[in-house]
Design a protein around this ligand. Structure first.
Ligand SMILES: C[S@@+](CC[C@H](N)C(=O)[O-])C[C@H]1O[C@@H](n2cnc3c(N)ncnc32)[C@H](O)[C@@H]1O
Length: 218
């Protein structure tokens, strides 16, 4: 039986070799990290929010393009954030250890937001209020780049959620704690969550096997 681990512990336990794993095992990763970074603003000192930044693979690509950007990264895993801090000690980086569902983002604070391979652990119901908070945190003209694992169809989406419910029941896991288990939404449901939250337009830009890139405009 697959024993589920809490979200932060799952990633901290895999810290060594994490970046190599992401880049070598996820189809398209060597392309989608630079492509994601290429869509973020190059305006000096602009403010970027990174949801589930981890060790910052997307920031490895972004900081060389915009060395004076001011980036706020939120992540549950303390070890991942520590690794990120070591890599970019000379950058304007604010790191918050916590859940992006509960950390306040403020109003009209960020020129853009990004999230890579993090949000596929949550349901549409959980995402709508999060995306609403994100929408409010973006300045006028701001946008959100979501590069994430998405389900191919409704059947696949339902299967993952049913399996997570089964594992939670079997392992007597509390409902109010995040456990690591992939529950990707379809592109249609992800787009619906973003538009329900107030984003005016959601563009599908590219796909690499299971990873889809969406750009949502405030
Ligand atoms: C697969 S890693 C991706 C990290 C980085 N964005 C990248 O692509 O390399 C997923 C990250 O999302 C974080 N995460 C998952 N759920 C979260 C939540 N509710 N709040 C903040 N971070 C979360 C995990 O701790 C982990 O570091």
């Amino acid at each position: 039986m697959e024993q589920l681990e809490t979200m932060g512990a799952f990633f901290d336990n895999r810290l060594n070799g994490y970046e190599e794993h992401q880049l070598n095992v996820i189809d398209g990763a060597k392309t989608f990290y630079p492509f994601t970074a290429s869509l973020l603003p190059t305006t000096p000192k602009c403010r970027i929010l990174d949801l589930g930044c981890g060790t910052g693979l997307e920031l490895n690509e972004y900081f060389p393009r915009n060395p004076t950007a001011s980036v706020t990264g939120i992540d549950l895993a303390a070890g991942m954030l520590e690794r990120l801090k070591e890599k970019f000690s000379d950058k304007a980086l604010t790191l918050i250890q916590g859940s992006y569902f509960t950390v306040p983002f403020g109003t009209a604070q960020f020129d853009a937001a990004v999230s890579v391979e993090s949000l596929h652990h949550f349901s549409q119901e959980q995402k709508v209020p999060l995306y609403r908070k994100l929408h409010a945190a973006l300045k006028d003209g701001g946008f959100f780049i979501l590069t994430d694992y998405m389900a191919e169809n409704d059947g696949e989406e339902q299967l993952h959620f049913a399996e997570l419910a089964r594992l939670r029941a079997e392992q007597h896991l509390p409902q109010d704690t995040f456990f690591h288990y992939d529950t990707p939404l379809t592109r249609a449901h992800e787009t619906e969550a973003l538009t329900d939250a107030g984003f005016s337009k959601v563009e599908f830009l590219r796909q690499w096997s299971g990873t889809v890139l969406l750009k949502a405009y405030k």
